[in-house]
Design a protein around this ligand. Structure first.
Ligand code: NAD
Ligand code: TYD
Length: 351
Protein backbone atom coordinates (compact mmCIF):
# COMPACT_ATOMS: atom_id res chain seq x y z
CA UNK A 1 0.00 0.00 0.00
CA UNK A 2 1.41 3.28 -1.04
CA UNK A 3 -1.04 6.16 -0.84
CA UNK A 4 -2.89 6.48 2.45
CA UNK A 5 -5.53 8.99 3.40
CA UNK A 6 -5.67 9.79 7.12
CA UNK A 7 -8.67 11.96 8.04
CA UNK A 8 -8.58 14.19 11.12
CA UNK A 9 -4.78 14.15 11.16
CA UNK A 10 -4.52 17.63 12.65
CA UNK A 11 -6.42 16.56 15.78
CA UNK A 12 -5.18 14.91 18.95
CA UNK A 13 -4.91 11.21 18.03
CA UNK A 14 -4.66 11.88 14.29
CA UNK A 15 -1.52 13.98 14.68
CA UNK A 16 0.25 11.20 16.63
CA UNK A 17 -0.82 8.66 14.00
CA UNK A 18 0.31 10.84 11.08
CA UNK A 19 3.70 11.36 12.75
CA UNK A 20 4.11 7.62 13.33
CA UNK A 21 3.22 6.71 9.73
CA UNK A 22 5.23 9.50 8.04
CA UNK A 23 8.37 8.62 10.02
CA UNK A 24 8.00 4.82 10.02
CA UNK A 25 6.76 4.20 6.48
CA UNK A 26 8.86 6.43 4.29
CA UNK A 27 7.72 4.53 1.18
CA UNK A 28 4.08 5.50 1.85
CA UNK A 29 2.59 8.80 0.77
CA UNK A 30 0.50 10.08 3.68
CA UNK A 31 -2.35 12.47 2.93
CA UNK A 32 -3.81 14.26 5.94
CA UNK A 33 -7.34 15.52 5.23
CA UNK A 34 -8.66 17.87 7.88
CA UNK A 35 -11.22 20.66 8.05
CA UNK A 36 -9.26 22.37 10.83
CA UNK A 37 -12.16 22.85 13.19
CA UNK A 38 -11.44 24.29 16.64
CA UNK A 39 -9.87 20.88 17.44
CA UNK A 40 -7.57 20.65 14.42
CA UNK A 41 -4.22 22.35 14.71
CA UNK A 42 -1.45 21.98 12.13
CA UNK A 43 1.10 23.15 14.66
CA UNK A 44 0.76 19.60 16.06
CA UNK A 45 2.56 18.38 12.93
CA UNK A 46 5.19 21.07 12.45
CA UNK A 47 7.96 18.44 12.84
CA UNK A 48 6.78 16.39 9.84
CA UNK A 49 5.20 18.99 7.54
CA UNK A 50 8.30 19.35 5.35
CA UNK A 51 8.77 15.61 4.81
CA UNK A 52 8.36 14.59 1.18
CA UNK A 53 5.91 11.76 1.99
CA UNK A 54 3.53 14.08 3.90
CA UNK A 55 0.72 16.06 2.26
CA UNK A 56 -1.96 18.21 3.82
CA UNK A 57 -5.40 18.70 2.28
CA UNK A 58 -7.83 21.14 3.89
CA UNK A 59 -11.41 19.97 3.43
CA UNK A 60 -14.69 18.91 4.94
CA UNK A 61 -15.74 15.24 4.86
CA UNK A 62 -19.37 16.38 4.87
CA UNK A 63 -18.88 17.84 1.38
CA UNK A 64 -19.57 14.78 -0.82
CA UNK A 65 -18.61 16.55 -4.08
CA UNK A 66 -15.24 17.53 -2.71
CA UNK A 67 -14.59 14.05 -1.26
CA UNK A 68 -15.53 12.30 -4.52
CA UNK A 69 -13.22 14.58 -6.51
CA UNK A 70 -10.35 14.07 -4.09
CA UNK A 71 -10.67 10.26 -4.29
CA UNK A 72 -11.00 10.31 -8.09
CA UNK A 73 -7.88 12.46 -8.35
CA UNK A 74 -5.68 10.76 -5.75
CA UNK A 75 -6.90 7.15 -5.94
CA UNK A 76 -5.84 6.31 -2.38
CA UNK A 77 -4.99 2.70 -1.57
CA UNK A 78 -6.29 2.93 1.97
CA UNK A 79 -8.16 5.21 4.34
CA UNK A 80 -7.68 5.57 8.10
CA UNK A 81 -10.63 7.61 9.24
CA UNK A 82 -10.35 9.62 12.45
CA UNK A 83 -12.02 12.94 11.56
CA UNK A 84 -14.89 13.48 13.95
CA UNK A 85 -16.56 15.77 16.39
CA UNK A 86 -15.25 14.14 19.54
CA UNK A 87 -16.41 15.92 22.70
CA UNK A 88 -19.45 14.55 24.56
CA UNK A 89 -20.36 17.90 26.17
CA UNK A 90 -20.45 19.64 22.78
CA UNK A 91 -22.64 16.84 21.43
CA UNK A 92 -25.16 17.56 24.18
CA UNK A 93 -25.42 21.23 23.18
CA UNK A 94 -25.15 20.74 19.41
CA UNK A 95 -25.96 17.19 18.25
CA UNK A 96 -26.46 18.11 14.57
CA UNK A 97 -22.77 18.88 14.03
CA UNK A 98 -22.05 15.32 15.22
CA UNK A 99 -24.57 13.79 12.84
CA UNK A 100 -23.12 15.72 9.90
CA UNK A 101 -19.46 14.99 10.50
CA UNK A 102 -19.57 11.60 12.24
CA UNK A 103 -22.39 9.96 10.29
CA UNK A 104 -22.76 11.78 6.95
CA UNK A 105 -19.01 12.41 6.70
CA UNK A 106 -18.22 8.74 7.28
CA UNK A 107 -20.78 7.58 4.70
CA UNK A 108 -19.37 10.10 2.17
CA UNK A 109 -15.93 8.53 2.64
CA UNK A 110 -17.34 5.00 2.34
CA UNK A 111 -19.12 5.93 -0.91
CA UNK A 112 -15.99 7.52 -2.36
CA UNK A 113 -13.84 4.51 -1.41
CA UNK A 114 -16.39 2.06 -2.85
CA UNK A 115 -16.63 4.00 -6.11
CA UNK A 116 -12.86 4.40 -6.51
CA UNK A 117 -12.09 0.77 -5.73
CA UNK A 118 -15.15 -0.82 -7.40
CA UNK A 119 -13.18 -2.68 -10.11
CA UNK A 120 -11.03 -4.51 -7.60
CA UNK A 121 -11.12 -4.33 -3.81
CA UNK A 122 -7.95 -6.44 -3.50
CA UNK A 123 -5.38 -4.82 -1.25
CA UNK A 124 -7.63 -1.86 -0.44
CA UNK A 125 -8.67 -0.98 3.10
CA UNK A 126 -11.06 1.36 4.87
CA UNK A 127 -10.10 1.55 8.57
CA UNK A 128 -12.58 3.32 10.83
CA UNK A 129 -11.34 4.57 14.21
CA UNK A 130 -14.05 4.46 16.85
CA UNK A 131 -14.67 4.58 20.57
CA UNK A 132 -15.63 2.26 23.41
CA UNK A 133 -18.48 4.68 24.21
CA UNK A 134 -20.64 2.92 21.59
CA UNK A 135 -21.08 0.03 24.05
CA UNK A 136 -22.75 2.24 26.65
CA UNK A 137 -21.98 1.91 30.32
CA UNK A 138 -20.91 -0.79 32.77
CA UNK A 139 -21.69 -1.44 36.42
CA UNK A 140 -18.92 -2.23 38.91
CA UNK A 141 -17.84 -5.38 37.07
CA UNK A 142 -17.20 -6.65 33.57
CA UNK A 143 -15.65 -5.11 30.48
CA UNK A 144 -16.56 -4.39 26.86
CA UNK A 145 -15.82 -7.16 24.37
CA UNK A 146 -16.10 -6.91 20.58
CA UNK A 147 -19.36 -8.84 20.90
CA UNK A 148 -20.93 -6.49 23.48
CA UNK A 149 -24.18 -5.06 22.03
CA UNK A 150 -24.14 -1.36 21.19
CA UNK A 151 -25.99 0.89 23.65
CA UNK A 152 -24.86 4.50 23.18
CA UNK A 153 -26.19 7.19 25.53
CA UNK A 154 -24.79 10.51 24.33
CA UNK A 155 -25.33 12.14 20.92
CA UNK A 156 -21.56 11.70 20.44
CA UNK A 157 -21.58 7.96 21.09
CA UNK A 158 -24.83 7.54 19.14
CA UNK A 159 -23.21 9.21 16.12
CA UNK A 160 -20.09 7.03 16.41
CA UNK A 161 -22.24 3.90 16.82
CA UNK A 162 -24.15 4.88 13.70
CA UNK A 163 -20.94 5.35 11.74
CA UNK A 164 -19.66 1.95 12.92
CA UNK A 165 -22.89 0.34 11.70
CA UNK A 166 -22.49 1.96 8.28
CA UNK A 167 -18.90 0.73 8.00
CA UNK A 168 -20.02 -2.84 8.80
CA UNK A 169 -22.98 -2.51 6.43
CA UNK A 170 -20.64 -1.51 3.58
CA UNK A 171 -18.50 -4.55 4.33
CA UNK A 172 -21.44 -6.94 4.49
CA UNK A 173 -23.42 -5.45 1.60
CA UNK A 174 -20.77 -4.40 -0.91
CA UNK A 175 -17.77 -6.41 0.24
CA UNK A 176 -15.78 -3.24 0.99
CA UNK A 177 -12.65 -4.27 2.94
CA UNK A 178 -13.13 -2.53 6.29
CA UNK A 179 -11.74 -2.59 9.81
CA UNK A 180 -13.02 -0.98 12.99
CA UNK A 181 -11.29 -0.41 16.30
CA UNK A 182 -13.01 0.84 19.45
CA UNK A 183 -10.64 2.47 21.90
CA UNK A 184 -10.89 3.70 25.48
CA UNK A 185 -10.07 7.26 26.67
CA UNK A 186 -6.75 8.58 25.37
CA UNK A 187 -4.42 10.96 27.17
CA UNK A 188 -1.17 12.64 26.13
CA UNK A 189 0.24 15.76 24.45
CA UNK A 190 -1.82 17.83 21.95
CA UNK A 191 -5.29 17.09 23.33
CA UNK A 192 -7.65 20.05 23.11
CA UNK A 193 -8.11 21.51 26.62
CA UNK A 194 -11.83 20.80 26.83
CA UNK A 195 -11.25 17.15 27.73
CA UNK A 196 -10.69 16.28 31.38
CA UNK A 197 -6.91 15.93 31.64
CA UNK A 198 -5.62 18.95 29.66
CA UNK A 199 -8.47 21.14 30.96
CA UNK A 200 -7.64 20.32 34.57
CA UNK A 201 -3.86 20.70 34.14
CA UNK A 202 -4.46 24.16 32.68
CA UNK A 203 -6.93 25.08 35.43
CA UNK A 204 -4.66 23.89 38.24
CA UNK A 205 -1.82 25.92 36.77
CA UNK A 206 -3.97 29.05 36.64
CA UNK A 207 -5.61 28.34 40.02
CA UNK A 208 -9.02 28.05 38.40
CA UNK A 209 -11.80 25.84 39.74
CA UNK A 210 -11.90 22.17 38.70
CA UNK A 211 -15.49 21.28 37.71
CA UNK A 212 -16.00 17.65 38.76
CA UNK A 213 -19.22 16.28 37.28
CA UNK A 214 -21.59 14.62 39.76
CA UNK A 215 -19.82 12.78 42.57
CA UNK A 216 -16.62 12.18 40.61
CA UNK A 217 -17.19 8.42 40.78
CA UNK A 218 -17.31 7.73 37.03
CA UNK A 219 -14.60 5.37 35.83
CA UNK A 220 -12.58 5.63 32.61
CA UNK A 221 -9.87 3.34 31.19
CA UNK A 222 -6.94 5.59 30.16
CA UNK A 223 -4.51 4.77 27.34
CA UNK A 224 -1.46 6.80 26.28
CA UNK A 225 -2.11 8.26 22.82
CA UNK A 226 1.09 6.81 21.28
CA UNK A 227 -0.04 3.35 22.37
CA UNK A 228 -3.31 3.92 20.52
CA UNK A 229 -1.38 4.98 17.40
CA UNK A 230 0.76 1.83 17.69
CA UNK A 231 -2.39 -0.31 18.01
CA UNK A 232 -3.86 1.26 14.85
CA UNK A 233 -0.58 0.55 13.05
CA UNK A 234 -0.70 -3.11 14.16
CA UNK A 235 -4.35 -3.58 13.19
CA UNK A 236 -3.99 -1.72 9.88
CA UNK A 237 -1.09 -3.92 8.77
CA UNK A 238 -2.15 -7.29 10.18
CA UNK A 239 -5.90 -7.62 10.66
CA UNK A 240 -8.25 -9.43 8.30
CA UNK A 241 -10.84 -7.15 6.66
CA UNK A 242 -14.25 -7.27 8.30
CA UNK A 243 -12.79 -7.51 11.81
CA UNK A 244 -13.30 -5.33 14.88
CA UNK A 245 -10.77 -4.88 17.70
CA UNK A 246 -11.15 -3.28 21.11
CA UNK A 247 -8.16 -1.24 22.30
CA UNK A 248 -7.68 -0.37 25.97
CA UNK A 249 -5.13 0.56 28.59
CA UNK A 250 -6.16 -1.93 31.27
CA UNK A 251 -5.93 1.15 33.45
CA UNK A 252 -9.17 2.12 35.16
CA UNK A 253 -9.40 5.28 37.25
CA UNK A 254 -12.28 6.80 39.14
CA UNK A 255 -12.40 10.45 38.03
CA UNK A 256 -11.85 11.90 41.50
CA UNK A 257 -8.80 9.67 42.12
CA UNK A 258 -7.33 10.65 38.76
CA UNK A 259 -7.94 14.33 39.54
CA UNK A 260 -6.20 14.03 42.93
CA UNK A 261 -3.24 12.33 41.26
CA UNK A 262 -3.14 15.14 38.70
CA UNK A 263 -3.16 17.76 41.46
CA UNK A 264 -0.31 15.96 43.23
CA UNK A 265 1.85 15.93 40.08
CA UNK A 266 1.09 19.50 38.93
CA UNK A 267 1.63 20.98 42.42
CA UNK A 268 4.95 19.12 42.70
CA UNK A 269 6.11 20.23 39.25
CA UNK A 270 5.16 23.83 39.94
CA UNK A 271 6.94 23.77 43.31
CA UNK A 272 3.73 24.34 45.26
CA UNK A 273 3.09 22.81 48.70
CA UNK A 274 1.68 19.27 48.36
CA UNK A 275 -2.10 19.29 48.06
CA UNK A 276 -2.40 23.07 47.71
CA UNK A 277 -4.69 22.78 44.66
CA UNK A 278 -7.11 20.31 46.27
CA UNK A 279 -9.22 23.33 47.26
CA UNK A 280 -9.90 23.95 43.54
CA UNK A 281 -12.05 20.81 43.33
CA UNK A 282 -15.63 21.92 42.78
CA UNK A 283 -18.46 19.43 42.41
CA UNK A 284 -20.91 20.57 39.75
CA UNK A 285 -24.16 19.25 38.25
CA UNK A 286 -23.58 15.92 36.57
CA UNK A 287 -23.32 15.59 32.80
CA UNK A 288 -26.68 14.48 31.35
CA UNK A 289 -26.64 10.78 30.42
CA UNK A 290 -23.20 10.41 32.06
CA UNK A 291 -21.91 6.86 31.55
CA UNK A 292 -20.75 5.42 34.87
CA UNK A 293 -17.94 3.14 33.83
CA UNK A 294 -16.00 2.12 30.72
CA UNK A 295 -13.58 -0.82 30.70
CA UNK A 296 -12.08 -2.62 27.74
CA UNK A 297 -11.29 -6.26 27.25
CA UNK A 298 -8.46 -6.12 24.67
CA UNK A 299 -7.74 -9.86 24.76
CA UNK A 300 -8.57 -10.35 21.06
CA UNK A 301 -6.01 -7.74 19.98
CA UNK A 302 -3.37 -9.24 22.26
CA UNK A 303 -3.90 -12.87 21.33
CA UNK A 304 -4.49 -12.40 17.59
CA UNK A 305 -2.12 -9.54 16.76
CA UNK A 306 0.20 -9.32 19.77
CA UNK A 307 -0.49 -5.69 20.71
CA UNK A 308 -0.25 -4.52 24.31
CA UNK A 309 0.09 -1.03 25.78
CA UNK A 310 3.75 -0.16 26.34
CA UNK A 311 3.58 3.10 28.28
CA UNK A 312 3.10 2.69 32.04
CA UNK A 313 0.50 5.10 33.37
CA UNK A 314 2.84 6.59 35.99
CA UNK A 315 5.33 7.52 33.26
CA UNK A 316 2.78 8.58 30.65
CA UNK A 317 0.96 10.77 33.11
CA UNK A 318 4.14 12.56 34.26
CA UNK A 319 5.22 13.09 30.63
CA UNK A 320 1.78 14.46 29.77
CA UNK A 321 1.74 16.96 32.65
CA UNK A 322 5.27 18.07 31.76
CA UNK A 323 4.25 18.59 28.14
CA UNK A 324 1.30 20.86 28.97
CA UNK A 325 3.32 22.84 31.51
CA UNK A 326 6.15 23.30 29.01
CA UNK A 327 3.86 24.16 26.09
CA UNK A 328 2.01 27.15 27.43
CA UNK A 329 2.09 28.81 24.03
CA UNK A 330 0.36 25.82 22.41
CA UNK A 331 -2.36 25.99 25.07
CA UNK A 332 -2.75 29.76 24.64
CA UNK A 333 -2.91 29.38 20.87
CA UNK A 334 -5.59 26.69 20.86
CA UNK A 335 -7.71 28.36 23.51
CA UNK A 336 -7.54 31.80 21.88
CA UNK A 337 -8.04 30.44 18.36
CA UNK A 338 -4.84 32.11 17.16
CA UNK A 339 -3.53 28.71 16.01
CA UNK A 340 -5.36 29.53 12.78
CA UNK A 341 -2.67 32.18 12.17
CA UNK A 342 -0.26 29.29 11.84
CA UNK A 343 -2.39 27.77 9.11
CA UNK A 344 -2.56 31.11 7.30
CA UNK A 345 1.20 31.53 7.55
CA UNK A 346 2.04 28.00 6.43
CA UNK A 347 -0.72 27.27 3.94
CA UNK A 348 -2.73 30.44 3.39
CA UNK A 349 -1.21 31.36 0.02
CA UNK A 350 -0.77 27.78 -1.14
CA UNK A 351 -4.33 26.41 -1.01
P1 NAD B 1 -10.09 15.63 17.94
O1 NAD B 1 -11.38 16.34 18.22
O2 NAD B 1 -8.87 16.03 18.70
O3 NAD B 1 -9.72 15.76 16.39
C1 NAD B 1 -10.68 15.61 15.39
C2 NAD B 1 -10.08 16.11 14.09
O4 NAD B 1 -11.07 15.95 13.06
C3 NAD B 1 -9.72 17.60 14.13
O5 NAD B 1 -8.45 17.80 13.55
C4 NAD B 1 -10.80 18.26 13.29
O6 NAD B 1 -10.36 19.44 12.64
C5 NAD B 1 -11.13 17.15 12.29
N1 NAD B 1 -12.50 17.29 11.77
C6 NAD B 1 -13.64 17.51 12.47
N2 NAD B 1 -14.70 17.61 11.65
C7 NAD B 1 -14.21 17.45 10.38
C8 NAD B 1 -14.82 17.44 9.10
N3 NAD B 1 -16.14 17.64 8.95
N4 NAD B 1 -14.04 17.22 8.01
C9 NAD B 1 -12.71 17.04 8.15
N5 NAD B 1 -12.07 17.06 9.34
C10 NAD B 1 -12.82 17.25 10.45
O7 NAD B 1 -10.42 14.09 18.14
P2 NAD B 1 -9.49 12.91 18.72
O8 NAD B 1 -9.65 12.87 20.18
O9 NAD B 1 -8.15 12.99 18.11
O10 NAD B 1 -10.28 11.64 18.13
C11 NAD B 1 -9.97 11.13 16.84
C12 NAD B 1 -10.85 9.94 16.54
O11 NAD B 1 -10.65 8.94 17.53
C13 NAD B 1 -12.35 10.27 16.58
O12 NAD B 1 -12.99 9.56 15.54
C14 NAD B 1 -12.80 9.78 17.95
O13 NAD B 1 -14.17 9.40 17.91
C15 NAD B 1 -11.89 8.59 18.15
N6 NAD B 1 -11.58 8.26 19.56
C16 NAD B 1 -11.12 9.23 20.42
C17 NAD B 1 -10.80 8.88 21.73
C18 NAD B 1 -10.25 9.89 22.70
O14 NAD B 1 -10.07 9.57 23.89
N7 NAD B 1 -9.94 11.13 22.31
C19 NAD B 1 -10.95 7.56 22.16
C20 NAD B 1 -11.43 6.60 21.24
C21 NAD B 1 -11.73 6.97 19.94
P1 TYD C 1 -13.88 13.57 28.88
O1 TYD C 1 -12.43 13.89 28.91
O2 TYD C 1 -14.84 14.57 28.35
O3 TYD C 1 -14.02 12.18 28.11
P2 TYD C 1 -15.32 11.20 27.94
O4 TYD C 1 -16.53 11.90 28.37
O5 TYD C 1 -15.31 10.96 26.47
O6 TYD C 1 -15.01 10.00 28.75
O7 TYD C 1 -14.34 13.23 30.36
C1 TYD C 1 -13.70 12.20 31.13
C2 TYD C 1 -14.48 12.04 32.42
O8 TYD C 1 -14.32 13.24 33.20
C3 TYD C 1 -15.97 11.88 32.21
O9 TYD C 1 -16.47 10.97 33.20
C4 TYD C 1 -16.53 13.27 32.46
C5 TYD C 1 -15.57 13.85 33.49
N1 TYD C 1 -15.39 15.32 33.42
C6 TYD C 1 -15.55 16.11 34.57
O10 TYD C 1 -15.86 15.61 35.67
N2 TYD C 1 -15.36 17.46 34.45
C7 TYD C 1 -15.01 18.06 33.27
O11 TYD C 1 -14.88 19.30 33.23
C8 TYD C 1 -14.84 17.24 32.10
C9 TYD C 1 -14.46 17.84 30.78
C10 TYD C 1 -15.03 15.86 32.24
Amino acid sequence: MKKILITGGAGFIGSHLVRLFVNKYTDYQIYNLDKLTYAGNLENLSDVEKKSNYHFVKGDIVDAGFINELFAEQRFDAVIHLAAESHVDRSITNPMEFIFTNVVGTVNLLNAAKETWKDDFTGKLFYHVSTDEVYGTLGDNGSFKETTPYSPHSPYSASKASSDHFVRAYHDTYGLPTLISNCSNNYGPNQFPEKLIPLFINNIKHKKKLPVYGKGINVRDWLYVEDHAAAIDTIFHNAKPGQTYNIGGNNEWKNIDLIKKLIEIVDRKLGRPAGESLELITYVTDRAGHDLRYAIDATKLKTELGWEPKVKFTEGFETTVEWYLANEKWLDNVTSGSYMDYYQKMYGNRL
